[in-house]
Design a protein around this ligand. Structure first.
Ligand SMILES: O=C(O)c1cc(C(=O)O)oc(=O)c1
Length: 304
């Protein structure tokens, strides 16, 4: 695969996001975003399933400042495999304003884990979305989880709602805090009160170590409307799902932009309008403070 050739139909990130109307609380953290390359400096992994546009640290930091965030949590994107260089470089360049979530393999040395920790990494990501990765055997992941627990890190899991029953026993065996990406990808064409989402809510109720990112309405929404052209009330079909989680588990939720929004097929949202989505799912100042400041700070900057 030629590194210069983006996946066909690839949508680049929005070049001119609006200034949010919603004023973020002081110290807000964008707790889920990525960097892609730039490929000339940080080549994409040979085993990747897609080739994105470049989306480097300077562009991420410019977006952070434009939207009014104070800090970022940069999650290793699958297009970089287990080569964490671009994410680590961004964390190191951030003046302590970015933490990272890495992808590691079983053969990683303790010295390398320590180096990642010193760079700002505080978690590892285990991915179960078939279109993104070839699966790593569960015993290998459990071994990694045991080792990273010693650093005080957590595990971030990405999976789709229909796979939760099969993965339940593995997830509940993890010895750390477990953070679910994108609400476990509910099918929002179904009811937020229906059995599929109830299982996810139950998963959180039964396991107080499970946290949830109430992110990616632009990925989950079926009926929109899209966060484009000043739309003030986008992705209405996602709101009951995210708001339920925020209200039930206010101390275990995180929010992030998901910039630069890998693999969107349909449209590329305006990140300013995505920030304006937050008060629809966290309607009070107290919930917003927990979602955007207190929770991510407790998980990623406990010393501050
Ligand atoms: O749904 C996705 O395509 C997606 C991909 C990645 C990644 O490639 O790391 O990360 C995400 O948070 C979401």
């Amino acid at each position: 695969m030629n590194i210069a050739t983006k996946t066909e139909g690839w949508l680049d990130w929005h070049q001119d996001p609006a200034t949010p109307r919603f004023e973020l609380p002081a110290g807000a953290v964008d707790a889920h975003c990525h960097v892609f390359g730039p490929a000339a400096e940080f080549p994409f992994a040979p085993e990747r399933k897609y080739t994105p546009c470049d989306a480097g640290k300077q562009q991420l930091f410019a977006l952070r400042d434009h939207l009014g965030f104070e800090r970022n949590v940069i999650v290793q994107a699958t297009c970089h495999g287990a080569d964490n260089s671009a994410m680590v470089d961004a964390c190191l360049a951030s003046n302590g304003k970015a933490r990272g979530v890495a992808t590691v393999r079983r053969d990683i040395s303790d010295a390398e884990l320590q180096r990642l920790h010193e760079s700002g990494v505080r978690g590892v990501r285990f991915n179960f979305v078939k279109r993104l990765v070839d699966f790593t055997p569960k015993e290998e992941l459990l071994e990694i989880a045991g080792r990273i627990a010693a650093f005080g890190w957590h595990v971030v899991i990405y999976f789709e709602a229909q796979d939760l029953p099969n993965l339940w026993d593995f997830f509940t065996a993890l010895p750390t805090i477990v953070v679910v990406d994108h609400m476990g990808r509910p099918d929002v064409g179904k009811q937020a009160t229906g059995p599929e989402f109830a299982l996810f809510v139950d998963f959180m109720h039964q396991h107080p170590n499970v946290w949830c990112k109430v992110t990616c309405p632009e990925r989950l929404s079926v009926t929109g409307p899209k966060a484009l052209d000043g739309e003030a009330n986008p992705y209405r079909d996602v709101i009951p799902f995210a708001r339920h989680i925020v209200e039930q588990f206010p101390d275990r939720v995180l929010w992030g932009t998901d910039w630069p929004h890998p693999n969107l097929q349909d449209h590329m949202p305006d990140d300013g309008l995505l920030v304006d989505f937050i008060p629809h799912i966290a309607p009070t100042a107290a919930l917003q403070q927990k979602l955007l400041v207190d929770n991510p700070m407790r998980l990623y900057w406990p010393e501050d």
